[in-house]
Design a protein around this ligand. Structure first.
Ligand SMILES: Nc1ncnc2c1ncn2[C@@H]1O[C@H](CCC(=O)c2cccc(C(=O)O)c2)[C@@H](O)[C@H]1O
Ligand SMILES: [Zn+2]
Length: 358
């Protein structure tokens, strides 16, 4: 187990409450969610890979010295996904893991460029993710939607390829709802991607770039003004700029906060220093997410437990966080109402059954 994971000091019964709470997840990566079982299975198929197939060694392998090291490890896992069958298996198993954590709806960030440039046929890639999405909804009841993101460090060639795949009616998958920008932020200024986001938004997609994860507030400003971000991935450094906090609060721009991710990639030193409290105090709409859960030795339930500890939340406060994610999602209104209703019913039932605290 990676050493950054501080077991949250949340009373067991809150963890039990969280485990059963219906949830929505908005910031979670497709390949980054590959479970150790899936990764070790794929690594065993490809002995040429530097990814260990032994689960113990894999946990060690998923320990990062900095963000660049994280990207390096991430890409070595991307290299394991070599056939449409690998894509389908990965996607279906990720959906199964989400369902196990009572995730009713998830917007999964997929980086098609990283797979098509490694030789997976683009049509077959789209068919694989869509087949898995429909199977998961039918078998687990988990609704998946896609965010296609540009791996920023791969430059404008990857931006062009990603927006083509996202807007070509012959290719774009039915489940695609949003368009993002991932990878390192250092040396990858956001404004250069404006033309590609303009094309994605013109095609009806929502803008959800990563920003302020490993660089300062300017990256978040650029994501808002140049890329017309409707939500911000991480936005961690917004806490350094009171004007930006006020802007995000006033315009109800949700932050996709991923606490353990920020520790694992060394974007934030310790959980107690995480700006989540500042965000809530400034009136921001925060959502809780796991980013790349197996890589960071966490899952969405643990992220809610971390948030509950940092914010001093009870069941009602945790349920409000879960509803924030539903409201900030791009699910249709009827779907949102259904999950909100489930959250309220579950919470009411839990509180009615809970021993009354003196
Ligand atoms: N917390 C995160 N913060 C940011 N990104 C995150 C996070 N978690 C996961 N990602 C993903 O990491 C990838 C990075 C891929 C990348 O940088 C790259 C660079 C050069 C070439 C290529 C290639 O494919 O040829 C890829 C992105 O796809 C992104 O979706
Ligand atoms: Zn991310």
């Amino acid at each position: 187990m990676t050493d950054h994971l501080v077991e949250p000091r949340v009373p067991r019964d809150l963890s039990t409450f969280i485990a059963g709470l219906p949830k929505a997840e908005l910031h979670v990566h497709h390949v980054g969610s590959a479970s150790p079982r899936i990764v070790s299975e794929l690594a065993a198929r490809h002995p040429d890979s530097k990814v260990p197939s032994d689960p113990e060694a894999l946990a060690e392998y998923f320990t990062f010295t900095d963000f660049a090291h994280f990207v390096d490890v991430y890409l070595s896992v991307v290299d394991l996904i070599r056939t449409p069958e690998d894509v389908r298996l990965l996607t279906y198993e990720v959906a199964r893991d989400l369902a196990r954590r009572q995730v009713r709806y998830a917007e999964l960030t997929v980086t098609p460029f990283s797979s098509t440039r490694r030789g997976i046929d683009e049509r077959a890639f789209m068919d694989a993710i869509e087949d898995a999405r429909k199977a998961a909804e039918a078998e687990f009841g988990t609704v998946l939607r896609w965010c296609f993101d540009i791996p920023g460090e791969a430059g404008l060639e990857s931006a062009e390829e990603t927006v083509r795949l996202a807007t070509d009616d012959r290719l774009r998958p039915e489940g695609l709802v949003s368009f993002g920008l991932g990878g390192p932020e250092i040396g990858v200024p956001r404004p250069q991607f404006k033309p590609y986001f303009d094309r994605a938004l013109a095609a009806g997609l929502h803008s959800v770039p990563h920003a302020g994860e490993t660089t300062g507030p300017q990256t978040v400003w650029d994501a808002l003004h140049e890329l017309r971000a409707e939500r911000i991935g991480h936005g961690t450094s917004a806490a350094q700029d009171p004007k930006l906090l006020a802007y995000l609060a006033e315009h109800r721009i949700p932050l996709e906060v991923c606490p353990t991710s920020n520790i694992a990639t060394r974007a934030v030193r310790t959980l107690d220093e995480h700006p989540l409290k500042e965000f809530v105090r400034a009136g921001l709409l925060v959502t809780i997410n796991s980013d790349d859960p197996p890589m960071f030795g966490t899952d969405l339930n643990n992220e809610y437990a971390v948030a509950a500890r940092l914010l001093g939340l009870d069941e009602r406060g945790i349920a409000e966080l879960a509803k924030n994610a539903v409201h900030a999602s791009f699910l249709d209104e009827a779907g949102k109402a259904r999950i909100v209703e489930e959250i309220d019913a579950y919470t009411a039932q839990w509180l009615a059954a809970a021993p009354q605290t003196p």
